[in-house]
Write a protein that binds this ligand. Structure first.
Ligand code: ASP
Ligand code: MG
Length: 410
């Protein structure tokens, strides 16, 4: 098999860890596989570099920022290759550019456009273990780019796809994907497998196991991904296409997101064009709106529109919205930041009814007020007071019996 193994920052945090990773890679090779390794920077290194940049400039240019940040991964790729050679195997470290990862020119969050694989394939044929510096690529004009925070996951999935690898293993410091954050829910259970779609929902909910864009990429190109720990031999969680087993499980996970803020535009006239005007302005400012709730006015006159945006964009959105209050003929705008979005996710929701009702009932029993609701085919989310976020995840985990393996329950 050809296996792409990605090691995150904590897995290459120091020299001992890098040596341990080298051992793990060599073990896989000895089992008869070809391996391409993708490494992150040492834990904390990217933050350290960002901090240095802000010490010399209040507004560092994004092009230079990318060159700076890409260095963290170069260090670990070279050191890991050396550690592998020390164990008696041929290894070759490659930067993103040397790996042929071409991106667009959107610095600090570039998108991969193509990967040229000739060099990597030749090296693999010659018996080299390739160690790629994650998180980076190069533009057609030969400027170094980075792929957004957590971008080494994307490097790994994209390389696996380009090389037609049999498997992409993401090594991290947790041993897989859980039904909820085990730090919050003691009974949280590790899942053996999860569908791409569920993983995408959970990733965007802030379950930080995989970068969201890497999951989108894995879906698009059907790359089988395994999330597992580099600190244990636990087999991890397979992220893959939906199957029948998965559909039998109504809810696979519960999570919260505390990074949203709610904006309410009060007393807008109930007539065509208001929402269009409001959300056009916000979209033009590149702000991503998540939930939207508009009340139906009972008297045909004024109504409220509430919506959520990432907390980092809340002040900007407030200003923007206040700026068009007159134009919207609204009474005013209010911002609320002490909120959290709790969600339950599961592909089985497509074929089972009553899931949302049970969620609302569970929250109600504990006196938790629901501020807004949104649903998709495989997710129900409720906006609640932030102080209940942990409690809500715990009681939902309980209500849907997520601690018990469904296969063992029937
Ligand atoms: N080192 C980068 C970061 O901290 C990329 C990664 O680790 O995936 O975001
Ligand atoms: Mg990561």
């Amino acid at each position: 098999m050809l296996i792409v193994q990605k090691y995150g920052g904590t897995s290459v945090a120091d020299i001992d860890r890098i040596k341990a990773v080298a051992g793990c890679v060599v073990k896989t090779v000895k089992e008869g596989h070809k391996v391409v390794v993708v490494v992150s920077a040492m834990a904390g290194e990217t933050d350290k570099l960002i901090n240095l940049a802000h010490q010399v400039s209040s507004n560092p240019s994004e092009r230079e920022m990318d060159l700076l940040l890409s260095s963290g991964e170069r260090v670990t790729s070279a050191l890991t290759a050396m550690a592998i050679e020390e164990l008696g195997h041929k290894a070759m470290a490659l930067t993103g550019r040397q790996m042929g990862i071409y991106t667009d020119a959107v610095h600090t969050k570039a998108r991969i456009e193509k990967i040229t694989t000739e060099r990597a394939k030749k090296a693999l044929d010659e018996g080299y273990i390739i160690v790629v510096a994650g998180f980076q690529g190069v533009t057609e004009a030969e400027d170094v780019t980075t792929l957004g925070r957590g971008g080494s996951d994307l490097s790994a999935v994209a390389i696996a796809s380009a090389l037609n690898a049999d498997l992409c293993e993401i090594y991290t410091d947790v041993d897989g994907v859980y039904t909820a954050d085990p730090n919050i829910v003691p009974g949280a259970r590790k899942l053996d497998k999860i569908s791409y779609e569920e993983m995408l929902e959970l990733a965007s909910l802030g379950a930080k196991v995989l970068q969201t864009r890497s999951v989108e990429f894995a879906i698009k190109y059907e790359v089988p991904v395994v999330v597992r720990s580099s600190f244990s031999d636990n087999p991890g969680t397979l992220v893959t296409k939906e199957d029948e087993d998965m559909e039998n499980v109504v809810v696979s996970g519960a999570a919260y997101d505390k990074n949203q803020a709610k904006i309410t535009v009060m007393g807008v006239p109930d007539k065509p064009g208001i929402a269009a005007k409001l959300f056009k302005g916000i979209a033009d400012a590149n702000i991503v709106v998540d939930m939207i709730v508009q009340n139906i006015s009972s008297d045909g006159k004024a109504t409220d529109i509430s919506f959520t945006v990432p907390k980092t964009d809340s002040k900007k959105t407030l200003k923007l919205t206040e700026g068009i209050v007159k134009e919207l003929e609204a009474r005013g705008v209010a911002l609320r930041e002490d909120i959290a979005k709790v969600s339950i996710v599961g592909v089985g929701m497509r074929t089972h009814s009553g899931v949302a009702a049970e969620m609302f009932d569970t929250l109600a029993k504990h006196g938790i007020n629901i501020i807004a609701i949104s649903t998709s085919e495989i997710k129900v989310s409720c906006l609640i007071d932030v102080k209940y976020a942990e409690l809500a995840v715990r009681i939902l985990h309980d209500a849907f019996e997520l601690s018990t393996d469904f296969a063992k329950r029937i």
